[in-house]
Design a protein. Structure first.
Length: 210
C-alpha cells in the first residue's frame, strides 16, 4: 500500500479505534488487490506544478530546418529547444520566464518512484569553456530549489575544475557534442554548432585551466 496525507489529517485519527481498510480509503490510499501476494502498487508521488516563473514554451524542435545551427537561435528559442528535448526524453518540463528565473531556465519533473524528483536545468550558448563558477551557481540553485538534480547544458564544453566540482554531487554537465547526440537520438534532429566570428559570450566566463 501507499498513502500520503497531511499532519493535521493524521492527528485527527484515533488509531486505536479506526477500521484499517476504512481509514485507508478515507485517506485515498492505494492498496494492492492482493496484499498477501505482495503485488506492487505505484507510490504516491506529487510535484508542485504551479510556479509564477513558468511560461508556455514554444515547440522549437518541430520548426527546425535540416542541419540547424544552434548558435543562430535566439536565447529564448535555445531555452525552448532544451525544454523540448528533455520532454522528448520522458520528463515533464516547464520553461521559466527570462530574467526572473532565479538561475533556472527549465524545470523538469521525473515521476519515477525512488529515482525521480525535481530537476533544474540551465542552458548556455557559449563559444568558450564554461567556467566553474557557473557549475557552483547551479549547485546552489539545486539546493535553493530543493531539487534532486541539476543539469547544465552548453554548446561549448567544461574544464577540469568544473568536473572536479561536480564529482559526487547531483549535477550533470552536458557539453555541445553530447547535446548534438541527444538531439539526434531523442528528437531525430541532426543539428550543428558553428560559432560566428563575431560571437561574444553573454557572460565572460574564463576557461578552466587547472
Amino acid at each position: 500500500m501507499t498513502v500520503r496525507t497531511t499532519r493535521d489529517a493524521f492527528e485527527r485519527l484515533n488509531l486505536a479505534n479506526v477500521d484499517p481498510l476504512a481509514c485507508l480509503k478515507t485517506l485515498s490510499a492505494s492498496v494492492s488487490p492482493s496484499p498477501s501476494e505482495l503485488v506492487p502498487v505505484r507510490p504516491v508521488l506529487q510535484f508542485n506544478m504551479v510556479d509564477p516563473r513558468f511560461v508556455e514554451e514554444a515547440d522549437v524542435l518541430s520548426t527546425l530546418d535540416q542541419r540547424p545551427n544552434l548558435m543562430e537561435l535566439s536565447p529564448t528559442e535555445f531555452e525552448s529547444l532544451i525544454t523540448n528535448l528533455f520532454e522528448k526524453m520522458g520528463l515533464e518540463t516547464r520553461q521559466t520566464q527570462a530574467s526572473r528565473d532565479g538561475g533556472v531556465d527549465c524545470v523538469a519533473f521525473d515521476s519515477r518512484a525512488i529515482f525521480g524528483g525535481k530537476v533544474v536545468i540551465q542552458a548556455k550558448r557559449y563559444k568558450n569553456t564554461v567556467g566553474v563558477s557557473a557549475v557552483r551557481d547551479l549547485f546552489g540553485t539545486v539546493q535553493n530549489e530543493g531539487a534532486s538534480k541539476g543539469i547544465l547544458v552548453t554548446t561549448s564544453g567544461y574544464g577540469k575544475a568544473s568536473f572536479d566540482f561536480a564529482n559526487g554531487k547531483p549535477l550533470e554537465l552536458v557539453a555541445g557534442s553530447s547535446l548534438l547526440f541527444l538531439l539526434e537520438q531523442h528528437a531525430g534532429v541532426k543539428a550543428k554548432i558553428e560559432v560566428p566570428d563575431t560571437w561574444r559570450d553573454p557572460v565572460p566566463d574564463s576557461a578552466d585551466t587547472v
